[in-house]
Design a protein around this ligand. Structure first.
Ligand code: GFB
Length: 313
């Protein structure tokens, strides 16, 4: 077991949905959390990252910083998703390696797996087939990050680990309709449709794709668990094991928000991967389990959105 007590933990990307959930969680546990805004350190600039790490001397680094977005943002901004994510992960890992931090946790995404990987997708499905084209740029950057963490483990003997979360949602999400993921988009659409008295609400694609969703507070809990209990070269999946169609999640969101009209499916928008369920048996076998079901989690995300806790970034 890796003991986090007394450790200085740098959460890179603390303003994002994942980073802010981690800061909440680590602070609640009484840990010393380091954060740096963009004025202090631009994660795209290696010299700035090295200077920050040298000055602040974190013992533990979590790379929650990333250029992220939903299906449309990925397809529209390939350079941002590939270049920026490569820079961020390479700069932080190098600085952390030179400082010989005690532990580093890198975060990927379930889109690293092939588009048509056998379901549920186990860790060894990585690099066994072609990627989903809508998010290949992001996936390539994240695969490079996994391999870089593995390389530092092998060549420099450092305790760098990688976790692959499933599709996430929760407080602090991006609610911009073009760049967001499906859940924040549909929460906002349902609320606007309800308040304007609209008869319909538009859902992208066919409604048939299957996704596995996790509330970000469950993810933060899993990541703290992995920092303490996981140390291996192979990346590890973090999912709930529950999958749902987009049509069902859209209807559940409509119910949560109180929109009683019809759902209309817009076939001109892409479906993306037909099914994306991770096999999280390795994590479960270590003794961790998710706690927040989809219905409760959506109610929480909706509450946070209403409270102004969902900022468009
Ligand atoms: O969440 P999402 O954008 O990401 O879309 P992916 C999931 C599914 O929801 C797709 C449908 O089938 C969308 O067509 N959908 C329905 C909507 N209505 C909407 C809507 O209003 N907005 C959005 N955004 N989707 C992302 C990757 O893929 O998953 C990222 O692009 C990352 O790289 C992330 O890996 C976890 O699950 O398709």
């Amino acid at each position: 077991m890796f003991d986090l007590s007394g450790k200085r933990i740098w959460v890179a990307g603390h303003r994002g949905m994942v980073g802010s959930a981690l800061v909440r969680r680590l602070a609640a546990d009484g840990h010393a959390v380091l954060t740096a805004d963009r004025a202090r350190v631009d994660l795209m600039r290696q010299a700035e990252v090295e200077a920050y790490v040298a000055a602040e001397k974190p013992d533990v680094v979590i790379i929650a910083a990333a250029r992220v977005g939903g299906i449309a943002a990925n397809a529209a901004r390939p350079v941002d998703f590939l270049h920026d994510n490569l820079m961020i992960e390479a700069n932080i890992m190098r600085a952390a390696a030179e400082a010989r931090v005690a532990k580093l946790l890198f975060l990927g995404s379930s889109c690293i797996y092939p588009r048509l990987a056998p379901q549920p997708m186990a860790e060894d499905a990585l690099l066994t087939g072609p990627l989903e084209p809508t998010n290949q740029w992001y996936a390539i950057a994240k695969i490079a990050g996994i391999k870089l963490a593995e390389a530092y483990r092998q060549q420099w003997g450092l305790d760098f680990i990688s976790a692959m979360p499933t599709n996430l949602y929760g407080p602090g999400d991006n609610y911009d309709l073009e760049s967001s993921h499906v859940i924040p988009a549909l929460i906002r659409k349902a609320l606007e449709a309800r308040d304007s008295g609209a008869e319909t609400m538009t859902v992208w694609g066919s409604g048939t794709p299957l996704r596995e969703f996790m509330h970000v507070d469950d993810l933060a809990d899993a990541l703290v668990f992995l920092l303490q209990h996981y140390s291996a070269a192979e990346h590890i999946n973090v999912g709930t094991g529950q999958e749902v169609t987009i049509a069902t999640v859209a209807q559940t969101i409509a119910d949560t928000v109180g929109f009683t009209g019809r759902l209309v499916f817009d076939a001109s928008r892409p479906d993306g991967t037909p099914r994306k369920l991770m096999d999280s048996q390795r994590l479960l076998a270590l003794g961790w389990a998710p706690r927040i079901g989809l219905r409760d989690g959506l109610a929480d995300a909706y509450r946070a959105f209403q409270a102004g806790n969902g900022a468009a970034r």
